[in-house]
Design a protein around this ligand. Structure first.
Ligand code: ANZ
Ligand code: ZN
Length: 868
């Protein structure tokens, strides 16, 4: 029999699926629905193996659910706006739109070769005017609802190129093109009021029990709800400006007040700004702080620095204690009140700061089991629970009680009030970039901000843009931004900012339910399909994308577009695909296809394929990346081995939530398995024709054994796929393949009618078992078995529960009363089965040694005695 020619047969089946529109979403509403979605990709140009793993996971679920009688929605699209298209325009002079659509074209072709059961009629790209048209309408609806506002906010400003830079364009604090030191500049920008839903976004996490705990925790921390206290400190000193008699701080640890050793205010705090008017050194210091960069990590990483203002604050409970007031670079203006009291013993940032400026470090909370005389704070602040000490009326209290006590005493004196704070900030969506969705408003000197009237939407991106000048081409386009004010008809200009691309990906899953509707969503469709039943994607999106999508869903609900708050019922975050790295003596990376591996005495050595006797180095196993050249081109791979091998391999070796290492041996193993499946089916097939189609009244022992293996195998594959344990589903298939192979080799089964039936059933189950992961080979096998319909349209077979329980007994076999062997048979095996099974034994034949058999005594479930 011939080898299975995967590349050729895969093309064949893909052609048939396409021609028959097999995976078109059904409009039959009588069946239960199942919406499975993988995070849509950015059209960077080529599919990589990580995509293959991600989309195969979704595809396995989609195909399986389809077979289980669900109406499956499994769509695909492109997250197509963003900076790389502009970079291509700058570097290669290609128009961003053309670059993007060409990439989409190429990637779609590649994806189709993987054999995904997608409904391609629902495909869209976020840069399609049809899509961003609806996004502009959603924005204006949000604005009507008061969920959008404009305020001044900081951006990275390149003082040489006179342009705003994206965070990715700031490299080590310098502009990527000019090399100039980046500054912070305030610009009026658009914000989405995500904080309006802060509590709801937090509470909603409790309902998402099919999300990884780790992701929920990350979201919880990001939202960062803190119960704290606003405390007022009275200021004194010559320099205290008028109107600044006191400063208010936000603290979550009022219990530590007796450990306070300074007051810190943000460089942007009004008091700091006021003082800077008369203090040039302070003004310089503040200027310095601005250079840190806007990202949180930059702030956390920067060295703690402060400026002593010379002002002091009175301790609220110990009037003799005066706390120096510092302007400090680690205090953010947009959290709490932009001011803190510093307690170095119990806060790491404060401790770093105190060590630098020689401020007092006094421990006021000690662990329950610590000796107060011994307990010291070294380089690490103590942030755990414990008892209060050195704290006057708080001494001996627990942290919780002390917090309450301080709050109450201050409240009585009007010096403190409880306050909840969120770390979550409103979402700044303005980007000063070309390749994004235009923000549909017009600025008029007379009328202010005017929304673009609905009939004038979409605001389209112009095609004729130039990237010769740095900055936003929309801004220096000769005509695009100059328009008449829709309200007064006077001269006005369009908003030239475009949306953050996270906006585009915040509602695409809803759009898939009616991708070409004239409204953002069609209620009937959205109500039927949403929420997404299974969302699959990378953990790198655990915070922002998922939070923004959850915000959008709530906001769209409040605007009447959607009927639900949580968009993703279950979330699965898949691991990455890794590969070994190779490099030569000059530290140049080599790609896997430039290298051959030889094993000598168990040691692996790498050589160049194109000659070279000297071994090259094998580096560590790392995430596939272009820079290390350790990537595998799925296209080349599928043309050689076929998509099924790739699909099988990426799911086989480790649990899907973990990383998998792409290895040649692993690939070979997967390839050999496809050939083995093909061989087994070819061996089984000729023996099926003779088999009776009717269910036999009784089953022989081999038939019964095979049936058990088949039903158990099918049930196991189903259960593992339901739990997204694809590697274990694969293990169950391997196990069944072994059972099938053993049964095919069992000579005793020849001519047994009930075995023929069992073999037919087992072969059919086999193709069903592999179908979700290796759908092409499964179709091929199904057709080989004589069916002329598509397996993709077949329901998942029903298992017989009774065959799943291990109901076997071990029976001793004697010859002339002497124990010779034992057999394992179903408990309900009858006398004839037992007799036949015993007589088949090699050991029995040897003991009988050619003598005629007089009789066989059978005691069911106990013993078989052969009398010779
Ligand atoms: C005194 C104190 C003593 C604090 C102590 C902590 C430990 P979370 O829990 O994240 O809400 N803080 C307040 N506003 C700040 C700002 N704008 N920039 C930087 N830090 C700020 O953090 C609340 C704590 O962070 C507050 O409690 C405050 O320091 C600091 F042993 O007050 B704490
Ligand atoms: Zn006007």
């Amino acid at each position: 029999q011939e080898r299975y020619n995967a590349p050729e047969r895969e093309k064949h089946w893909q052609g048939i699926w396409e021609e028959q529109q097999t995976f078109l979403t059904s409009t039959d509403r009588s069946r239960p629905k199942y919406y499975v979605l993988e995070m849509f990709p950015y059209p960077s140009g080529r599919i990589h193996v990580g995509h293959v793993r991600n989309y195969t996971m979704g595809d396995v679920v989609a195909r399986y659910k389809r077979a289980r009688g669900f109406n499956v929605l499994h769509p695909f699209g492109w997250d197509a706006f963003g900076l790389p298209a502009e970079n291509a325009a700058i570097q290669k002079g290609i128009n961003p739109r053309e670059w993007t659509y060409e990439n989409i074209e190429a990637m779609r072709t590649q994806l189709k070769r993987i054999g995904l059961s997608l409904d391609w009629t629902r495909e869209f790209a976020t840069c399609d005017p049809e899509y961003y048209h609806q996004q502009q309408r959603i924005f204006l609806a949000f604005r009507e609802k008061g969920l959008v506002y404009r305020k001044k906010s900081k951006v990275n400003w390149d003082p040489v190129d006179h342009t705003v830079l994206a965070n990715e364009q700031v490299i080590d604090g310098r502009g990527w093109r000019s090399g100039a030191l980046v500054e912070q500049k305030e610009l009026a920008q658009w914000f989405f009021k995500i904080t309006h839903y802060a509590d709801d976004l937090l509470d909603g996490l409790d309902t998402l029990d099919k999300w990884p705990d780790k992701v929920r925790l990350m979201q919880r921390n990001w939202i960062g709800k803190s119960q704290g206290l606003l405390m007022r400190f009275n200021l004194s000193g010559e320099k205290v400006p008028a109107d600044f008699g006191s400063v208010q701080v936000f603290t979550t640890r009022p219990d530590t007040i007796f450990g306070a050793s300074f007051i810190g205010i943000s460089p942007e705090h009004p008091l700091a700004k006021e003082l800077a008017k008369t203090d040039a050194n302070l003004a310089d210091f503040i200027e310095d702080c601005r250079r840190i960069g806007t990202a949180q990590e930059d702030i956390d990483r920067a060295e703690k620095k402060g400026y002593d203002t010379g002002i002091v604050a009175a301790h609220p409970f110990r009037s003799t204690t005066k706390l120096p007031v510092y302007v400090a670079n680690f205090i953010l203006m947009d959290y709490g009140t932009g001011a803190i009291f510093g307690c170095p013993a119990h806060d790491q940032r404060d401790l770093d700061f105190a060590r630098k400026y020689n401020l007092k470090v006094k421990a006021v909370v000690i662990p329950d089991d610590a000796d107060p005389a011994e307990f010291k704070v070294g380089d690490e602040a103590y942030t755990g629970p414990g008892r209060l000490q050195n704290s006057s009326f708080l001494n001996g209290m627990s942290v919780e009680d002390a917090k309450e006590e301080v709050a109450q005493r201050l409240a009585k004196r009007n010096m403190g009030e409880k306050k909840t704070s969120f770390r979550l900030r409103d979402w700044g969506v303005s980007r000063q970039r070309y390749w994004g969705c235009p923000i549909p408003v017009i600025h008029c000197d007379k009328c202010g901000v005017v929304p673009v009237p609905d009939e004038d939407l979409p605001v389209r991106l112009p095609d004729d843009v130039s990237f010769d000048k740095p900055g936003n081409p929309l801004d220096h386009h000769p005509t695009w931004k100059h328009v008449k004010c829709p309200t007064c008809g006077g001269k006005a200009t369009r908003e030239t900012d475009t949306f953050d691309t996270f906006v585009d990906s915040s509602w695409y899953f809803a759009r898939f339910t009616a991708p070409h509707a004239a409204e953002p969503v069609e209620s009937a469709q959205a109500d039927y399909w949403l929420p997404v039943d299974q969302y699959i994607g990378g953990v790198e999106h655990a915070i922002l994308h998922l939070l923004y999508a959850r915000f959008f869903t709530r906001a769209m609900k409040d605007c009447g577009y959607l009927g639900l708050a949580e968009p993703f019922n279950a979330l699965f975050t898949q691991g990455m695909v890794l590969h070994e790295t190779y490099f030569d003596e000059k530290q140049n990376w080599l790609a896997p296809d430039e290298v051959k591996i030889e094993t000598e005495n168990g040691a692996r050595k790498a050589f160049r394929i194109d000659g070279g006797q000297e071994p090259i180095s094998i580096g560590s196993i790392e995430k596939m990346s272009k820079s290390k050249k350790n990537t595998i081109d799925p296209d080349v791979f599928t043309q050689h081995y076929g998509a099924d091998v790739a699909r099988w391999f990426v799911l086989s070796d480790s649990p899907p939530e973990r990383d998998v290492v792409w290895t040649e041996e692993g690939v070979q193993g997967a390839w050999r398995f496809t050939q083995r499946v093909w061989r087994l089916l070819n061996e089984a097939e000729p023996r099926l024709a003779a088999a009776d189609a009717k269910v036999p009244a009784t089953f022989s022992t081999p038939a019964q054994g095979l049936r058990r293996a088949a039903h158990k195998g099918l049930a196991a594959v189903a259960e593992e796929i339901e739990g997204l344990r694809f590697n274990r589903a694969i293990a169950a298939v391997y196990e069944f393949a072994n059972a099938l192979q053993a049964a095919l080799q069992d000579k005793s089964a020849a001519g047994d009618e009930s075995f023929g039936f069992a073999l037919r059933e087992a072969s059919l189950f086999f193709v069903h078992m592999i179908n979700p992961i290796m759908p092409h080979l499964a179709e091929e096998g199904f057709s080989l078995l004589g069916y002329n319909t598509l397996l993709a349209n077949e329901p998942w077979p029903e298992v017989e529960r009774s065959l799943l329980v291990d109901d076997t007994v071990t029976i001793a076999v004697q010859v002339n009363g002497k124990r010779r062997d034992e057999i394992v048979v179903p408990r309900n095996a009858d006398r004839a089965d037992l007799e036949a099974a015993a007589l088949r034994l090699e050991s029995v034949a040897r003991a009988v040694d050619g003598r005629p058999i007089k009789k066989v005594i059978v005691v069911p479930e106990r013993i078989v005695n052969v009398v010779a």
